[in-house]
Write a protein that binds this ligand. Sequence first.
Ligand code: FES
Length: 384
Amino acid sequence: MAFKKSDVPGEDIRLAMEMTAKRRKLIDETPATPLVYEYGVNRLAKALHPGFVKAVIADKTPSSADCVKISLKPAKGEEFPYFRAGQFVTLSCKAGDSFLSRPYSIISSPKEALAGKLEIMVQRKGIFSTFITDEAPVGTELWMGEPSGDFHHDSIRDRKHILAIAGGSGVTPFLSMMKAIREGSEDFRLTLIYGARTRAHIPFDPEGFKSEGVDTVIVLSDEEADGYRHGFITADLLKECIDDDTSVFMCGPDAMYRFVRGELQKLGFDQTLIRSERNSVGDREVDEIRVFKLIVHIRDAVYELDAPNNETLITALERAGIPAVVRCRNGSCGFCHSRVVSGEYFVDAVNDFRRSADKKFGYIHPCSTYAESDMEIDIPIMDL
Ligand code: FES
């Protein structure tokens, strides 16, 4: 209610004295029912950040000697959120006594996901991937975290032509980008160089992805065939594919990153224009495997479990069937941010993305941390 200043002497005081009664009357007359409308910005935030969504395995198709394409559909009453081509989702489910999670790049285009179809490509490797490729039947329900990651084209940061270099299942984010270019959701050009051992190890149909603005070059290391390059992704091949408006995106094994970076260096390519998708932190090599006691607090609940020194803490939690908050599994996103109550631990510098305050006050990312003694930690609750 606006208070209007009066020019009549003393009138201001009278109006001010009446104001309380007027406000009280308005409050009393207002019904105590909650507001029924939702702000548009809240609807948008919910659509973009739905938290966990239940997804169902709708179909599985072998796509190469060691990869399976898995189609997901939203469970009843759920919707898939929008994402940027190149992002990943984290899938989680109970498998035996364990509660497992793993991030997978989306191979669908953003429009396909909005239409209720979301596909991932899974390489038969590791406990969870083998579980969903070989054991989980069609109809299995999984928890799906919201799309995440910054491995997508950014018109401010990246050049207009992306030279995408991939090996193994690392081609997945680029399949989504190629579809997004074709359907008009993304506006850049992409040349894909894909390295595989033989034609049987190529998990996609290169011809099926060709469109305006998209080109593919397949390099086979163990086979010679018409229409395919033979050998490795060398400086000579890279030079053919680079123009004066190129950024390089890489997704694949760490050994490929090191090799290709070396080849790009030979060409004098600007290193600031190279981006590589980070891989999950796995087991580490140790002289002797030692198993420590790990006490875990999740709000009021307390668990005690074994934590071998060669596995990350998140792996130990999953093995024990404790649903732990996890997203990137490479130490970079901070979603598993947890407090160390006591104990010694190790974080490899290349996977240590903690803020300096976190390091100082004993916070860790369990997905990239290994126990070095008995430990006690306090982890966030997984809000399913
Ligand atoms: S899950 Fe991303 S930092 Fe641990």
